[in-house]
Design a protein around this ligand. Structure first.
Ligand SMILES: C[S@@+](CC[C@H](N)C(=O)[O-])C[C@H]1O[C@@H](n2cnc3c(N)ncnc32)[C@H](O)[C@@H]1O
Length: 296
């Protein structure tokens, strides 16, 4: 299988669409300021959240700044955003390498693509947003020290979604003890990444947000639940599952507590389960809507 991070993010869209906590989303909609307003999305990847918010009619007239550190993602976004805008009946205009406008009679979205490490971007002191979005991103960072810096990017709201929270399950069981060991060691690797990370970021965010002076307006679970329907996965979710297994393989390869052949065998059984339309994958995650400290 060809492994492409942008393709993984494309395949993740339908999983995230189901997972996003709709009560938290409704709270976001109820608290949005009058348009036009400014959004900054950090760790924005290829722009899947931008597409979702347009297609779900959450935003119509906004300035949308997308920040991501991976060149491949930003290059993909540059070509993909005009494509999905066209499919949604919108026109697209480009100015320079980093500005796009997608619009029609009802909608006008001004997009800025920023290829940068998010903390370098913060150092440039950008105009603060009305809404900060961090989707499937915060659990990659050292949360305690990162959160105040990130929250300084918004003067009103932050919508912080798909924060992993300590539970992974692969079903059916291969070997209960081995399944449990692999899941536990996988979580440990999230806690020991050099760039930071937290395998229980969901529950820890309650305390970290409070310490950062943010007021929680809504919170709820946003679990990924990927399962076959009549032995077939919807959309591109078989690709999503294979990517997750490859990611897990990369995280656990050469782990001193895990025999390499045992892991290899376990992974090939899981991949066969995907092939046969049997594998169920669950990851527990949490979403938050918060009012930022600097909000009036
Ligand atoms: C799991 S992906 C999620 C992408 C997107 N939010 C989505 O769900 O489609 C995490 C993203 O964060 C980006 N990223 C990780 N660390 C970063 C950093 N320090 N600064 C900027 N981007 C970063 C990665 O390049 C990647 O695109």
């Amino acid at each position: 299988m060809e492994h492409s991070f942008p393709k993984y993010l494309l395949s993740k869209q339908s999983v995230d669409d189901r997972a996003l906590n709709k009560d938290v989303l409704n709270a976001l909609k109820a608290n949005l300021p009058g348009e036009p307003f400014r959004i900054i999305e950090v760790g924005a990847g290829i722009g899947t959240m931008l597409k979702r918010l347009i297609c779900w009619d959450v935003i119509r007239s906004v300035e949308y700044v997308m920040v991501d550190g991976m060149r491949e993602n930003v290059a993909f976004a540059r070509a993909w955003i005009p494509q999905f805008a066209g499919e949604a009946g919108m026109r697209a205009e480009r100015s320079g390498d980093d500005r796009l406008r997608v619009y029609d009679e009802k909608r006008d979205i001004q997009i800025q693509l920023v290829e940068a490490d998010v903390f370098d971007f913060i150092d440039t002191k950008p105009d603060p947003a009305d809404v900060l979005i961090a989707h499937a991103f915060l659990d990659l960072l050292p949360l305690r020290e990162s959160l105040p810096k990130l929250l300084a990017l918004t003067k009103r709201l932050a919508w912080l979604t798909i924060n992993f929270d300590g539970v992974t399950a692969f079903k059916p069981t291969i070997d209960a003890a081995l399944d449990e060991t692999i899941e536990r060691l996988y979580h440990q690797t999230m806690d020991s990444r050099v760039t930071g990370g937290d395998s229980k970021s969901g529950r820890h965010l309650f305390g970290y947000l409070q310490n950062a002076g943010a007021e929680i307006l809504a919170a709820g679970a946003s679990d990924w639940v990927v399962h076959p329907l009549n032995r077939r996965y919807p959309n591109d979710e078989a690709y999503f599952l294979n990517f997750i297994l490859t990611f897990l393989e990369g995280s656990l390869a050469e782990h001193p507590e895990l025999n390499a052949n045992v892991l290899k065998h376990w992974l090939s059984e899981r991949r066969e389960q995907v092939e046969r339309g049997e594998l169920v994958y669950i990851a527990h995650q949490m979403d938050f809507l918060v009012r930022a400290l600097s909000a009036g």
